[in-house]
Design a protein around this ligand. Structure first.
Ligand SMILES: *Cc1c(COP(=O)(O)O)cnc(C)c1O
Length: 587
């Protein structure tokens, strides 16, 4: 695949969250983790949640819907003050919204009341930054009105600084916020349980001067993503700046002058370019431009590389001083600033590749647990088969899910059907959610599919069903509402199995702790309406070669009634666990 790529290190994001959430916790502050710069990427939200944030903040409803559909159940805060036209959507999909307009709050109240819901709101107070917020003079009137409305519950006050006016959080304006909270509490005889003191620009104040102890929440985005406190744009101690790395490919590398030849006018963007004559230089052109990213927000990872200009589709770099010569086809990597990150994450031209650096799936001597009932012949036979494989160092046969609680190798699940999620829940092998590639032709997969979709086990975002010809209404509903991937037999006919499997592995492994391959034997029917045997082998081999396989589930293929089917199943399993197709099956 060509084009620029944004590599997202989920473990670095988790680490940043853990570091900063821990620091805030020492000061009695909970953190709402803000995902908006990633367009609400569910894998990023999960990393933040693992790192300890207590809520997810988003500015866009579409992003909240995506994360909810992906099974994230943490409370969601809507950060951008809501439009009147979306009040119905908000009360049904958002737990807390930040507000400053009485008309909208009335709308939220009516919408919530109609559905017998209670919607939590935080009133934003403008301390002078002049973006959103109630002007302090009007605060008491607004609170009085809100208190009388059914369907909405006033949870607290908040403020946002350093956004429009660049007003920094200080001890003084934080004290003002605290004073407003006290005034409201005293005047109305109520307790406000949230005082949300700002964004990543508050961290520096918290560390230098302290923030009044009444402030008990911060809404943090940039600091968790890029490791930067934003009052001075400095790296937070212990945080990582490299969670997001943008890569682009060199499409031209040539020695040329550093100053254009001929009379110069305006460039493609109507600006008058200025050049410094540095003599001949090695100039590189990368396949990324202003259509993909904010090019002046990129810092080359290699400090010998210098960005010298950009157009819609090109980024020009000076490669004269690099230590190792770069050639066409090489990748050059950059750290994006917040604006560049936002643009790249929003651009459909930039591929997003989440991964987990802390949990590499290194190739190693495989250790496999074969799970099946005590009396399962096929589980016994497969255990024997797997022991004979070259890559396998040890195989344990287990019949109780508890037996895998200390086992961190691969898993082969031989039933009962549907036991896999419970098995994985017990196994330390499943660190964070896994991807699921499911070969099947069963039209109605729910409720089984539903039991598989558990946030800590399998996420819809990383699940792909391969081989379907039709889907029953319940399954269709599940696929559509949760965003589960599907590759039909038609896709396989059009694209070929290799291509289908490759994109399935990419989707299933992106941001997960590995992939489980589920194989329902009925999908292989000699190519009548399903897969041929050759295609099935190829699928297994591609899975084996991917290096991301964490296990296999064949419980939907059991019991096997005839000897030929059993022999085929044994070969498929052997192939998935690393036996080459061409080698004849031993024994
Ligand atoms: C974006 C946003 C934040 C997070 O800001 P960062 O500087 O990324 O920490 C917090 N609050 C509101 C209202 C926001 O819109």
């Amino acid at each position: 695949m060509s084009g620029p790529v944004m590599r997202i290190d989920l473990d670095a994001i988790e680490e940043n969250a853990r570091t900063i959430v821990g620091f805030c916790a020492e000061h009695g502050i909970e953190v709402t983790g803000v995902t908006k710069v990633t367009c609400g990427m569910p894998a990023v939200a999960r990393a933040l949640i693992r790192g300890g944030v207590t809520a997810i903040g988003e500015s866009r409803l579409e992003n909240i819907h995506r994360m909810r559909a992906d099974g994230i159940t943490t409370p969601f805060w809507l950060l951008r003050i809501p439009p009147l036209s979306a009040v119905d959507e908000i009360v049904t999909s958002v737990n807390v919204s930040l507000n400053s307009e009485m008309g909208v709050i009335r709308g939220l109240s009516a919408a919530a009341q109609e559905r017998d819901l209670v919607h939590d709101i935080i009133l934003m107070v403008d301390l002078g930054d002049l973006r959103e917020g109630i002007w302090p003079d009007d605060l008491m009137t607004v609170v009085g009105e809100v208190r009388d409305l059914p369907g909405v519950r006033l949870r607290g006050l908040g403020t946002n600084l350093t956004c429009y006016g660049g007003v920094l959080p200080t001890r003084k304006n934080m004290n003002r916020l605290v004073a407003y909270q006290k005034a409201v509490e005293d005047a109305f005889g109520i307790r406000l349980d949230i005082l949300s003191g700002g964004n990543s620009s508050s961290l520096d104040l918290l560390r230098r001067d302290g923030i009044p102890s009444e402030v008990n929440n911060l809404r943090l985005g940039e600091s968790l993503m890029l490791g930067l406190e934003t009052a001075n744009q400095t790296l937070w101690p212990g945080a990582r700046r490299d969670a997001f790395i943008l890569g682009a490919e060199l499409i031209e590398v040539k020695k040329k002058p550093s100053v254009p030849v001929g009379e110069t006018g305006l460039d493609a963007f109507g600006e008058k370019p200025v050049f410094r004559d540095k003599g001949p230089m090695i100039r590189g052109i990368l396949n990324i431009g202003r259509e993909d990213v904010k090019t002046n927000g990129l810092t080359p990872l290699d400090d010998k590389v210098e960005v010298i200009g950009s157009s819609s589709d090109h980024l020009l770099v000076d490669l004269t001083s690099v230590t190792v010569p770069r050639k066409v086809g090489d990748e050059v990597s950059f750290l994006p600033d917040y604006g560049a990150l936002l643009a790249a994450m929003t651009s459909s031209y930039v591929r997003k590749e989440p991964h987990r650096s802390g949990a590499p799936l290194e190739k190693r001597g495989l250790s496999i647990a074969v799970f099946g009932e005590t009396s399962s012949d096929i589980a016994d036979i497969l255990t024997e088969d797997l022991i004979s494989l070259e890559a396998v160092t040890d195989v344990v046969r287990v019949s109780d899910t508890d037996d895998v609680s200390e086992f961190s190798g691969l898993i082969l699940c031989c039933g009962p059907d549907g036991s896999l999620p419970g098995l994985l829940a017990k196994s330390p092998a499943a660190t964070g959610p896994l991807g699921l590639i499911w070969f099947t032709q069963t039209p109605e997969l729910s409720p089984l599919l539903e039991t598989f979709m558990q946030p800590e086990i399998f996420t819809p975002e990383n699940t792909i069903l391969i081989g379907l010809r039709e889907a029953g209404p319940k399954t269709m509903g599940l696929i559509e509402s949760r965003g589960i991937g599907v590759k039909t037999m038609e896709d396989i006919d059009l694209l070929g199995l290799r291509q289908v499997m490759r994109s399935a592995l990419e989707k299933a492994s992106s941001g997960t702790g590995g992939v489980i391959l589920r194989y329902d034997a009925a999908v292989t029917d000699g190519g009548n309406e399903g897969l041929t045997k050759r295609e099935t082998y190829l699928a297994m081999e591609l899975a084996a070669r991917s290096g991301v396989l964490r296990g296999m589930d064949i419980s939907g293929s059991l019991p096997v009634v005839n000897a030929d089917d059993a022999a085929a199943l044994r070969r498929y399993v052997g192939t998935a666990f690393g036996k080459k197709i061409l080698n004849h099956w031993a024994k």
